[in-house]
Design a protein around this ligand. Structure first.
Ligand SMILES: Nc1ncnc2c1ncn2[C@@H]1O[C@H](COP(=O)(O)OP(=O)(O)OP(=O)(O)O)[C@@H](O)[C@H]1O
Length: 583
């Protein structure tokens, strides 16, 4: 028997259905599809409820995906595919898989009605689902399984959900970024990378650059309010570390990520822009680190032949060198009433701090209109306020927009950092003995507070500037002769001086990364950094007093930099970490 939108307003369809030889009372309301087992004495037993927003697809007959096969062609059956959650030990993050239930209806009419109503419900209650995606596969990322992962695990799911994809298998680095910057993207609701953090970074640079280019905003101007990007980015993890995926989904699993993409989840993400003078150097979402982390990356680059083992090897070597670097750090504090890096909270799916930040970050945006179309010129520069200055010798200076958790360090660099609150955590580790530093590093792998050490301080900030001490110079040679002032002295005289003069120049420069596409920063004075050894050898007399910056796994060509956070600049097909431990 079928009753349609009769008894209760919200019920669209209701009828008896069979799964195997068990009878169920099934109903589809506005938001849920539920089925309750009815025993032989007509008593109700267990109910299974699937939110309409988590239904992946409905197929006539008895179907199986992965491997794809039609089991039986019957007029009475339909198969429902939906998100199924699997708990994962006691770690945070929930692994998703494709749930499948085959229902048998009392008649063909009833079956057709169920299928029509379920498909209508999907359209009306899941409007943010993508229909067309642009997919970039890095065939060389991680264990070189990108193509296989996409074609065997992801593509069948997209097909089931009715998503059409244009797939580009990359042939060189930066191809995906250049494609996004230059090609016609009409009709695409998102870009997907099948690869690791490097691939994600490429897509992010492309999407941010393209958005600014279309909005006529100069990315080189560090004071400008960048346009938030509408085009969503999805990550199918197939890299070596997949840190961004882990920090935004909670697990590194291609199927889980594909399902988040299909249901159109949307997670805003803060992005840090890194400028040197009036030039954009890079964007970062996870870590910008000077000192230890920079040295480890630089050292590991010299040992690429070792494979992933090079990070452990370089870590040990750099640790043994026990190096400290002098410098001056300035930062703009964030509002400490909203949150703090030591408040012991975790940014999880539906995070209150992040959702309340939207109002603060976009105070004039009308919720009914797209952020993209908002006139942003009315906002402040983001670099206003009182800068705090800290001078000293540091083991490392790190900035992170997110917790930067990964399987090796499940709580991450800053466990209470938020994904989308418009702040970045600045961690300063001052000069200390090797045992102290080892304790600090070790605490990243345990639940002990890594900030509860006398030589460590952490600040929640909006922007950071780093300067070398007088006498220290960036180890680089410019192709053109450029006058490098002692910015340290300038900044002590007037902290705002460093960039204001440069900004005027930047307006005349190219307005976006368009200039980078194809010609790889020809418009930017490109420094030729001398290859330097960050590990003391037996003949090492004077250890270097200048380190390098590690920006999301890439060495930056400059040492004196300005980092500024842009709240909720990009959007991922994700929802933050679902807390499986407390669920
Ligand atoms: N066809 C290609 N050939 C060479 N390099 C490529 C190609 N496609 C992409 N790349 C570059 O390879 C770099 C690394 O790729 P990716 O991030 O996918 O893997 P990974 O380095 O193994 O993983 P992770 O970054 O998570 O450690 C990226 O910076 C990207 O620009």
């Amino acid at each position: 028997m079928i009753g349609k939108e009769m008894e209760i307003d919200s019920v669209r369809v209701e009828s008896s259905l069979w799964v195997g030889n068990k009878r169920f009372k099934a109903s589809l309301s506005e938001w849920y599809f539920s089925w309750t087992e009815i025993d032989k004495r007509n008593r109700e037993k267990k109910t299974v409820s699937v939110p309409v927003s988590e239904v992946i697809g409905v197929k006539e007959g008895r179907e199986e995906i992965q491997p794809r096969k039609k089991l039986e062609d019957s007029d009475l059956d339909f198969t429902l595919f939906y998100v199924k959650r699997n708990r994962r030990g006691n770690t945070r993050g929930t692994l998703w898989s494709l749930g499948r239930t085959q229902f048998c209806c009392p008649s063909r009419d009833v079956r057709d009605q169920w299928i029509t109503q379920l498909r209508t419900a999907l359209k009306t209650h899941s409007p943010s689902r993508p229909h067309r995606l642009l997919v970039f596969i890095n065939p060389f990322g991680g264990k070189k399984r990108g193509k296989q992962i996409y074609h065997s695990l992801v593509s069948p799911l997209f097909e089931l959900a009715g998503i059409s994809c244009h797939v580009v298998v990359t042939e060189r680095a930066n191809q995906a970024r250049d494609y996004i910057l230059k090609k016609d993207l009409t009709g695409f609701e998102g870009v997907i990378c099948v690869g690791g953090d490097g691939m994600f970074s490429e897509l992010m640079h492309g999407v941010i650059g393209r958005t600014q280019q279309e909005a006529g905003v100069s990315e080189h101007n560090p004071t400008v309010m960048l346009q938030p990007c509408d085009l969503h980015i999805g990550i199918i993890p197939a890299g070596s570390t997949d840190c961004v995926c882990f920090a935004t989904v909670g697990v590194n699993d291609p199927v889980t990520s594909a399902l988040h993409i299909i249901i159109g989840d949307s997670q805003p993400l803060d992005v840090c822009s890194v400028h040197h003078k009036s030039t954009l150097v890079k964007y970062s979402v996870s870590m910008v680190g000077y000192g230890f982390y920079g040295d480890v990356l630089a050292e590991s680059e010299r040992h690429r032949w070792m494979g992933p083992l090079r990070y452990d090897y370089s870590g040990c070597m750099v640790f043994l060198c026990n190096r400290n670097y002098p410098g001056l750090v300035q930062y703009l504090p964030a509002d400490s009433h909203v949150s703090s890096p030591r408040d012991n909270t975790r940014c999880l799916a539906g995070c209150r701090v992040c959702s309340e930040s939207k109002e603060r970050l976009f105070p004039h945006s009308d919720s009914s209109s797209s952020l993209y179309s908002t006139n942003l010129s009315q906002y402040s520069s983001g670099l206003e306020g009182e800068w705090v200055t800290i001078e000293g010798k540091f083991k490392c200076v790190s900035l992170t927009c997110m917790s930067s958790s990964c399987p090796r360090s499940p709580t991450g660099l800053s466990p209470s950092a938020h994904l989308a609150d418009g702040t970045v955590d600045l961690i300063l580790v001052r000069e200390t003995n090797p045992l102290g530093f080892l304790t600090y590093l070790h605490r990243h792998t345990t639940t002990q507070d890594q900030f509860d050490l006398p030589f460590v301080e952490v600040h929640r900030v909006r922007a950071v500037r780093f300067f070398l001490q007088p006498g220290e110079e960036e180890e680089e040679e410019y192709e053109e002769e450029t006058e490098i002032e002692s910015s340290f002295e300038r900044v002590l005289e007037d902290p705002d001086k460093l960039h204001t003069g440069d900004i005027a120049n930047s307006q005349s420069k190219s307005t976006s990364q368009q200039c980078l596409a194809g010609q790889e920063r020809e418009t930017v004075k490109s420094p030729r950094r001398k290859k330097r050894n960050f590990v003391c050898g037996p003949c090492c007399t004077k250890p270097p007093s200048v380190s390098v910056w590690n920006c999301d796994g890439e060495i930056l060509p400059h040492t004196e930099i300005l980092c500024r956070v842009h709240g909720q600049l990009v959007r991922l097909f994700a929802r933050g970490i679902e807390d499986s431990t407390g669920a």
